[in-house]
Design a protein around this ligand. Structure first.
Ligand code: TYD
Length: 214
């Protein structure tokens, strides 16, 4: 058994294209878990530590080639795993992370066309077997997400991409979900907020009946 599998905490990631609405549900999931008595660490990628947040700022706003982008995202992930995620899981906390490695396969891989085998190598090096216990994939059509994004702030380097890019990112998430169906739950994020939240609750309840770490 890999050391990561022995950690007493639980690791949940939220994924989906920009504008799918996943971040809206993060606080509600945190409250749902806390109500069941868990310590919850809510965090995000790229980011989650001072160093990784600095790398996030570069990745989101500076032009760079795809290899540099992939290396920076995984460098941020390494620091995040070592400083925050690993220690939290080791002490039994539940970690709720807004994006993780599936985003690298979806954005750098499917979106930008970066070498998937190289991404898989980086994943192995950086994570050493650690994978989320559950990934909630908020799946919304590229056009729906674009309309939601239009209402918000100045776009970053990813948000500024066209609909075709987000169509590829969606396909990238679908491929990751198909490769690991036990880990993924697809949430239909085109529905209204209440319906989406019920889907999220159902997924959590199905995975951990009673909310405990069974
Ligand atoms: P996002 O999570 O959408 O945060 P916010 O809602 O504050 O904008 O932004 C992070 C962006 O980084 C998003 O567009 C996807 C991108 N990203 C990657 O390209 N690769 C990755 O591995 C990760 C974690 C994120």
């Amino acid at each position: 058994m890999k050391p990561a599998d022995q950690a007493p905490g639980r690791f949940i990631t939220l994924e989906g294209i920009d504008g799918a609405g996943k971040s809206t549900h993060l606080a509600a999931i945190q409250a749902w878990l806390q109500a069941r008595g868990h310590e919850v660490v809510s965090t995000r990628e790229p980011g989650g530590t001072p160093l990784a947040e600095s790398l996030r700022d570069l990745v989101l706003h500076r032009p760079m080639d795809p290899l540099t982008e992939a290396l920076l995202v995984f460098a941020a992930r390494r620091d995040h795993l070592q400083q925050v995620i690993g220690p939290a899981l080791a002490r039994g906390a539940w970690v709720l992370c807004d994006r993780f490695t599936d985003a690298s396969f979806a954005y750098q891989g499917a979106g930008r066309g970066f070498d998937l085998a190289l991404l898989a190598q980086l994943e192995d090096w950086v994570q050493q077997g650690r994978q989320p216990d559950l990934t909630l994939w908020f799946d919304a059509p590229a056009a729906t997400a674009a309309a939601r994004r239009a209402a918000v702030r100045e776009p970053d380097r990813f948000e500024a991409q066209d609909e075709a890019f987000f169509g590829r990112v969606n396909a990238g998430y679908a491929a990751r979900a198909a490769a690991d169906p036990a880990r993924f739950v697809r949430i239909d994020a085109a529905a209204g907020r209440e319906v989406v939240w019920r889907g999220v609750q159902a997924a959590l309840q199905a995975r951990w009946p009673g909310g405990d770490a069974a």
